[in-house]
Design a protein around this ligand. Structure first.
Ligand code: MN
Length: 321
């Protein structure tokens, strides 16, 4: 709020963001997350920062992980967000500062609510299937929930149903009247859709939506989508037609437009530059535990240090650029 007058044009753009159906292809980009792990990131993007409360979308694989090291992400902190870990193939071992130790496999949801602070590690277990293929998604927590206690959920009894030739699994939120038992804090949907033929999925018109293909190809709103691209659909739609002749799989992500301006840096979602600086200092001061982010027990290796902050102050931003 303090820097509103410094960037009037950006705020005007946020204010006039169109309400209604949109057809906008967002090209993902390859991003290394460690020396051996490459992901494709479609959110945040310079043209689109959020879809509902969804603020981060990484897809990875399928990667051969028999002889390669597989995934290895040392302990690192999160603040003000939820992480969704969802696999199409393989397994990942999750540890966090609450003491959780959980293997996640395809069809199961790992949902971690950072709230006011948590740390975790994710790695391929020693005994593992030959391939790893999955997604990592973040959900920004609204003001009323962002200082909540940290929490970890492993959910296996997710709603699964068929809509014509589409097999849907609701990871979080609500789709077609079916609601995931996983705890979220704003109206949203995150669903995995396996398409073999044609089908139509009902949408909530108050939500904005996007589709990200994770394997094969799917025709959505007349656009043939393959992995690495997101189709942003705007709001005001009552249904979405999907088709795939050879079979394809995608994520449907949506939610009520997130009207709060956020500051997103590294693994933190906050509201001000000062909050980010304080979180970074806390993590660096307590790398071996003792900070609000706690300590991950049982990971064989050092925690991740935070990167340097940019020279210019971080500015709160809305859901579009
Ligand atoms: Mn993480």
């Amino acid at each position: 709020m303090s820097n509103r007058e410094a960037h009037p044009s950006e705020l005007l753009f946020v204010a006039v963001a169109p309400a209604g159906p949109v057809h906008e292809v967002v090209e993902g980009r390859d991003v290394p997350i460690s020396r051996t792990n490459l992901v494709n990131r479609t959110l945040p993007h310079r043209d689109r920062r959020m879809v509902g409360a969804w603020c981060f979308v990484d897809t990875y694989g399928p990667d051969a992980v028999v002889t390669m090291p597989g995934m290895r992400v040392p302990p690192h902190p999160h603040l003000g967000l939820q992480t969704v870990s969802w696999l199409l193939a393989g397994t990942i071992e999750h540890r966090d500062s609450l003491g959780s130790l959980q293997l996640v496999a395809p069809g199961e949801l790992n949902l971690m609510t950072a709230g006011r602070g948590i740390s975790h590690s994710e790695e391929s277990p020693r005994d593992r299937p030959p391939q790893l293929h999955g997604v990592q998604l973040w959900i920004a927590l609204p003001e009323h929930a962002r200082a909540a206690d940290p929490r970890f959920e492993h959910v296996t009894d997710l709603p699964r149903f068929e809509l014509d030739d589409v097999r849907a699994t609701v990871m979080v939120g609500t789709l077609a009247g079916r609601t995931s038992p996983a705890q979220v804090h704003s109206p949203l949907v995150g669903a995995d859709l396996e398409v073999r033929g044609r089908g139509s999925v009902p949408l909530q018109p108050a939500f904005e939506h996007a589709v990200v293909v994770t394997s094969g190809s799917v025709v959505v709103d007349g656009e043939r989508l393959t992995p690495g691209r997101m189709l942003y659909l705007g709001s005001g739609r009552h249904a979405l037609d999907l088709a795939s002749a050879d079979g394809g799989r995608c994520l449907l992500l949506g939610g009520e437009p997130f009207e709060e301006e956020i500051v997103m840096w590294w693994n933190f979602v906050a509201r001000t530059h000062h909050e980010i600086v304080a979180a970074r200092e806390q993590w660096m001061a307590g790398l071996d535990g003792g900070s609000v982010f706690g300590r991950v027990e049982g990971f064989d290796g050092a925690s991740l240090p935070a990167p340097e902050l940019p020279n210019a102050p971080l500015r709160p931003r809305g859901r579009v650029r």
